[in-house]
Design a protein around this ligand. Structure first.
Ligand code: PAF
Length: 281
């Protein structure tokens, strides 16, 4: 596996692949990789000729009081993981090259970036959209792969790609879960044993909602209230938000008709976790 740290070297490598007619897949990550990331790698390897994984803990998507400094990092372990997964190239740029001192340009996706997670993490999706567009520009992938756990992130990236006429396909891959239902996330590493158990409340509450819809419930206010009561029964959980929204606009919906995205963010101790489910009548 090639490990590339400079933007110009990454551009040159990708240019060579394109010249050779190879289709490029990009899996953007912030490292501390897990099976969820590997599922994106597998999909990229299935659908493209060359897979690039980027690891960059992007400072612009963290708020001033968030976990940028302590975000888990283990590059040596990630490299072993990627090599085992058959990745062709790791792009691991340094922050000073991605954001030089006089950096001024940011991408905003109005109407989507301030909803759901954007409400409690102002500026987060501006940082995500900006770094992902930069990665797209540097690697120029044919396909880019993201996990469905970050539903709002994928929607925003799709809008960037569509609105800016980017010549690539954004692929959403299913959320990967532990056998007991917890959605995989690098932030699960923060959880102590009691918190890890408490974190099950997220997926349990969503499973409850699926069962309620299967039993005929269509009223989203009642579904959200039911999800909240499952979450609030867990003493270590503090709900940030639970919302039932249109999956394309993220506007609240009152009734399960067609597809509804139920998204939530919950603090388990100091750790903020997210999860979601798509409900269909
Ligand atoms: O999902 C993530 O890990 C990050 O938000 C991403 C897409 C790599 C951008 O920094």
């Amino acid at each position: 596996m090639k490990v590339v740290e400079s933007v110009s070297a990454m551009k040159a490598l990708a240019r060579g692949w394109r010249r050779d007619g190879k289709r490029i897949g990009l899996v953007p990550t912030m490292g501390y990789l897990h099976e969820g990331h590997l599922s994106l790698v597998r999909e990229s390897k299935r659908r493209t000729d060359v897979t690039v994984v980027s690891i960059f803990v992007n400072p612009t998507q963290f708020g001033p009081n968030e976990d940028f400094k302590k975000y888990p990092r283990d590059l040596a372990k990630d490299i072993v993981y990627l090599e085992t997964g058959g990745v062709d190239c790791l792009f691991h740029p340094v922050a000073a090259e991605v954001y030089p001192l006089d950096y001024r340009t940011f991408v905003e996706v109005q109407g989507l970036q301030d909803k759901l997670c954007g409400r409690s993490r102002p500026g987060h999706f501006r940082g995500v959209a900006t770094v992902v567009l930069k990665l797209f520009e540097i690697v120029r992938p044919d396909l880019a792969f993201f996990g469905a756990k970050d539903a709002q992130q994928v929607l925003i990236i799709r809008r960037v790609a569509a609105d800016l006429d980017l010549d690539l396909e954004v692929v959403t891959c299913p959320t990967v879960r532990e056998p007991d239902g917890l959605a995989l996330s690098s932030r699960n590493a923060y959880l102590g044993p009691a918190e890890r158990k408490a974190a099950l409340a997220l997926s349990m509450s969503l499973r409850w909602a699926e069962r309620a819809v299967a039993a005929g419930e269509r009223d989203t206010a009642r579904l959200v209230a039911g999800i909240r009561s499952v979450l609030e029964a867990e003493p270590m959980a503090r709900v940030d938000y639970v919302e039932a929204v249109d999956p394309e606009t993220l506007e609240p919906v009152g009734e399960v008709r067609g597809e509804v995205l139920v998204a939530l963010a919950v603090f388990i101790g100091p750790t903020r976790l997210i999860d979601n489910v798509r409900l269909r009548a």
